[in-house]
Ligand binder design. Structure first.
Ligand code: DWN
Length: 412
């Protein structure tokens, strides 16, 4: 039923072993109705680290169509901060890559609701989004953004070249780390990219995840958590060279990678510096991951102690943001509706459903404001600045936040 459950690295085929298990896990964005509970799908969420190529990866990932389909629950444009982030990303590509090129062509893999491509569209730049989740792709199409609903592959790359020509820039944000067949993606990029084109993508960064014990970045969709060294190794066989790295504050710490056909542009000194930093941080050492496992266990114990104490005191706790990440936290830690009354979320498709596995009701944001709880468990901790800014009334009413990254803390 599940895709590849072998114990070989997905990049270099070296035998690998899980260094821990988060246990039985549902689909992170598999929000469901009470009637669907008996059919709920589970798999074992267990990460491994390849000692040969340095790739952090899941041993098992559910089939892509179980995760990405016509009712995918995550719409990129739900955060104002992320809207601004992708506008800046698009502007930097126009300025640093496309400027001076005649009739450039931009392709985005996993373009979601068009949060980034809309800026190219607004400037009349030829573009194409590739988004397998039809419902989010439809939002982009309604905004006039050229989008095809498909999974990217070398064959699709050939079709795109035949119809539109080769790409000046291939972009992806929070997408590459979702694709188990990264080798197929790299082969497709190699075919689609112009000799002087660039591949730019960003994803949650392994160094931040380890440093902050943000284990909730690990869930079905994130089959890889990248570092500069693992990205460099993974794309090398496809003649793509890591030419730049740019740290981002999004999603609790991400990294943007720029790759180009070998010899087509000089590597920034930032690449060497980042590789050195990763070495000194121990990202290649097996012991780092054993320590990470201990830190996850300690974080789980501390969170549950906090929630149990509040439950004993009859305090109302509501979750804030039914994130993909919260599926790992609730299922790994054992958070139930007895600890968290409901999860408030602004995404209509999630509202009225139950959270995956833990079955905590997801309710519209208005219910959070209607009667503020005593505590809000901030599952969307990566949007903390934006959320705390707009929830001053909650704190003024005596409400307190609970966070668990980088450590479990209660504050107002
Ligand atoms: O890679 C991925 C990342 C980038 O986005 C995906 N695989 C799926 C998704 O992960 P996530 O669900 O953990 O992302 P977010 O952005 O942390 O999700 C935020 C959730 O919180 C959304 O459901 C919207 C909601 N929200 C809210 O209710 N009020 C968000 C904000 C900012 C708010 O004010």
């Amino acid at each position: 039923m599940n895709q590849k459950s072998s114990v070989h690295c997905r990049i270099c085929d070296t035998p690998i072993e899980a260094f821990m298990s988060f246990g039985r896990m549902p689909i992170a964005n598999g929000f469901l109705t009470a009637e669907e509970v008996s059919e709920e799908y589970f798999f074992e969420l267990a990460p491994a680290f390849c000692g040969n190529c340095g790739m952090f990866q899941l041993i098992e990932q559910p089939q892509p169509d179980k995760m990405f389909h016509g009712h995918y629950a995550f719409y990129s444009s739900t955060s104002r901060f992320m809207q601004l982030h992708f506008e800046n990303f698009a502007n930097s590509v126009m300025k640093d890559v496309l400027a001076g090129r005649a009739d450039p062509f931009v392709v985005e893999l996993g373009s979601n609701d068009g949060i980034m491509l809309r800026h190219f569209n607004d400037r009349g730049i030829r573009h194409l989004g590739i988004e397998p989740s039809v419902n989010v792709a439809d939002v982009a199409r309604r905004h006039g953004i050229h989008t095809i609903s498909s999974f990217f592959s070398p064959a699709l790359a050939e079709d795109i070249v035949a119809e539109h020509g080769k790409a000046d820039a291939i972009l992806a944000a929070n997408v590459m780390c979702h694709i188990a067949d990264l080798r197929g993606i790299a082969a497709g990029v190699q075919r689609l990219l112009k000799p002087d084109g660039v591949l730019i993508f960003e994803d949650p960064y392994l160094g931040d995840m380890i440093a902050k014990t943000s284990y909730d970045q690990i869930y079905d969709e994130h089959v890889f958590i990248f570092s500069a060294s693992s990205v460099k190794r993974a794309f090398d066989p496809y003649d793509l060279e890591l030419a730049d790295v740019m740290p981002q504050i999004t999603h609790g710490g991400s990294m943007r990678y720029l790759l180009a056909p070998k010899g087509s542009r000089p590597a920034s000194p930032r690449v060497h510096a980042q590789l050195e930093k990763e070495r000194s941080q121990g990202l290649q050492e097996a012991e780092t991951y054993l320590r990470f496992r201990q830190n996850c266990e300690a974080s789980r114990a501390r969170l549950m102690q906090t929630l149990e104490e509040l439950r004993a005191q009859d305090k109302r706790v509501v979750g804030y943001g039914a994130t993909s990440k919260s599926t790992t936290v609730t299922n790994y830690c054992g958070v139930t509706p007895a600890h968290v009354e409901f999860i408030s979320d602004t995404t209509p498709i999630k509202q009225g459903k139950l959270s995956p596995g833990a079955h905590i009701p997801v309710r519209p944001y208005i219910e959070f404001t209607r009667q503020y709880p005593d505590y809000a468990l901030l599952f969307a901790w990566n949007h903390a600045a934006e959320i705390r800014d707009k929830e001053k009334a909650f704190v003024a009413a005596g409400g307190k936040w609970i966070v668990y990254v980088p450590e479990v803390k209660v504050f107002s």
